[in-house]
Design a protein around this ligand. Structure first.
Ligand SMILES: Cc1ncc(COP(=O)(O)O)c(C=O)c1O
Length: 361
C-alpha cells in the first residue's frame, strides 16, 4: 500500500535556483546581508507593500519572533495563546520575558484575551495554519508581534498600515508556502526598529563589531535567499497548485460533513486540519488511517503551558483554565496535504474516515 504523506515539501528545483547561485559564486559573498538577501528583502517589501527599509530576513521565524520581542524591556509580560506551535512561547522566554498564556477562541482558534489591552504589555497573536492578517483586531494594543509563520500565502498582505511599535513575522521553513528550507521574514513598523532588528540578527552589532544591543547569529545565508527568490519567481504556479489541492479537500470535507476554521481561509496554506466530534472518533480515525499507511499529525498536540520546557520559565496562566484549547487539542487532526496530492489519495482518506463514521453511527 502506497504511503500517503501528511506533508511533502517541494522547494524550487536546482535549475530554478542555479542562476541565483551563479550570482553568488561571482560575488563571492555567502552571508552577512549579501546581494541576494538584499534582493529578497526588496521582493518581500513589494509583496507586503512596505518600504524595503522595514523588511529584514532572518534564519527562522522563531528567531524572528525573539528578535522582535528583544526590543521590549526585559521582563515585559507577553500574552500568547497556549495552543500554538512551541516556537511562540520559546521566543518569548528566550527574549527574557514573562509568558502570559491564554485560551483560544472556539470560532477561529486565535488568542482569546479577556483582560483590557495594556499599553505596557505585549501580545503575540498567532495566525493559526495560515489565517488572514486582520490587523485592526489588535488595534487596542501598543506592542504587537504577529506570529504569522504560516500566513505567507494569505490574501490580505498589505502591511502599509503597520503601526510603529508592531512587527509581523513569517516563516520560510520548507513546510510553509514560499519555503526556502529555513528562514524568516520580519516586517517592522519603522526603519529604526528594522535596523535594531537587523543588529539582533548580527550579534548585536550596531555600527562597529561590538555587541551593543541584545543579539545572536540569526542571519539568512545567501544560499537560503537564493531559494527564497526562486520560490517567489514561481509563486503563481505554487499558488495554483495549493488551490488545486485545496479544492480536492474541500470537496472531501463536504462529503464528510467535517471541517475547521481553516477550511474557509481565502488564502493558501500547507495544512488540511479537521475537527472531529469527539476525542474517541479522532483516535479511531488516526488508528484507521495508520493501518492504511496514511499519515496524520496532531497539530498542535499539546497546550504549550503543559510542556516541560516552560516549567522553569516565568509563566502566568488564566484562572479560568483553557477549556477551548483542551477541547480543540483533543479533537483536531492534520491530514495529508501537499501540492502533489491526488484525488485518489484524498479518496483513500475519505473512505477511511467514512468507515469510522459508519462504525460509530
Ligand atoms: C505558529 C508558528 N510559529 C512559529 C513557527 C516557527 O517557524 P520557524 O520554523 O521558521 O522557526 C511555526 C512553524 O511551524 C509556527 O507554526
Amino acid at each position: 500500500m502506497e504511503r500517503v504523506r501528511v506533508m511533502w515539501p517541494r522547494l524550487p528545483e536546482a535549475d530554478a535556483v542555479a542562476g541565483y547561485l551563479r550570482r553568488m559564486d561571482a560575488a563571492r559573498t555567502y552571508s552577512n546581508f549579501g546581494p541576494l538577501v538584499t534582493e529578497l528583502e526588496a521582493r518581500y517589501a513589494e509583496r507586503f507593500n512596505v518600504s524595503a527599509s522595514r523588511v529584514v530576513t532572518c534564519s527562522s521565524a522563531t528567531l524572528g519572533l525573539q528578535g522582535a520581542l528583544e526590543m521590549l524591556p526585559a521582563g515585559t509580560t507577553v500574552h500568547c495563546p497556549s495552543w500554538t506551535f512551541p516556537a511562540t512561547p520559546i521566543a518569548i522566554a528566550s527574549a527574557g520575558h514573562r509568558i502570559a498564556f491564554h485560551d483560544v477562541s472556539d470560532v477561529d482558534w486565535q488568542i482569546d484575551v479577556d483582560n483590557e489591552p495594556s499599553q505596557r504589555d505585549a501580545i503575540v497573536p498567532v495566525l493559526p495554519f495560515g489565517a488572514q492578517f486582520e490587523l485592526a483586531r489588535w488595534s487596542q494594543w501598543k506592542y504587537v508581534v504577529l506570529d504569522a509563520a504560516a500566513s505567507g500565502g494569505a490574501t490580505d498582505l498589505d502591511l502599509s498600515g503597520l503601526p510603529a511599535t508592531w512587527a509581523v513575522v513569517v516563516s520560510l521553513h520548507a513546510t510553509k508556502v514560499l519555503g526556502a528550507g529555513e528562514g524568516g521574514v520580519v516586517i517592522l513598523g519603522t526603519d529604526a526598529a528594522a535596523e535594531r532588528f537587523r543588529s539582533f540578527t548580527n550579534l548585536g552589532f550596531v555600527v562597529t563589531r561590538s555587541s551593543d544591543v541584545p543579539g545572536t547569529n540569526a542571519k539568512l545565508s545567501e544560499p537560503g535567499a537564493a531559494y527564497g527568490l526562486a520560490a517567489l519567481d514561481q509563486w503563481e504556479q505554487e499558488e495554483r497548485e495549493w488551490r488545486a489541492a485545496r479544492e480536492l479537500v474541500q470537496a472531501a470535507e463536504a462529503r464528510l460533513g467535517l471541517g475547521s476554521p481553516c477550511s474557509s481561509y481565502p488564502g493558501v496554506n500547507p495544512y488540511w486540519i479537521l475537527r472531529f466530534p469527539t476525542p474517541e472518533i479522532r483516535h479511531a480515525v488516526e488508528v484507521a488511517l495508520a493501518a492504511q499507511s496514511i499519515e496524520s499529525r496532531r497539530w498542535w498536540e499539546k497546550r504549550c503551558d503543559q510542556m516541560s520546557a516552560f516549567d522553569t520559565a516565568d509563566v502566568v496562566s488564566p484562572t479560568g483554565g483553557f477549556p477551548v484549547s483542551d477541547a480543540v487539542v483533543s479533537t483536531v487532526l492534520g491530514l495529508p496535504f501537499h501540492r502533489d496530492l491526488t484525488l485518489a489519495e484524498v479518496d483513500r482518506v475519505v473512505s477511511v474516515i467514512e468507515s469510522v463514521q459508519g462504525a460509530v453511527a
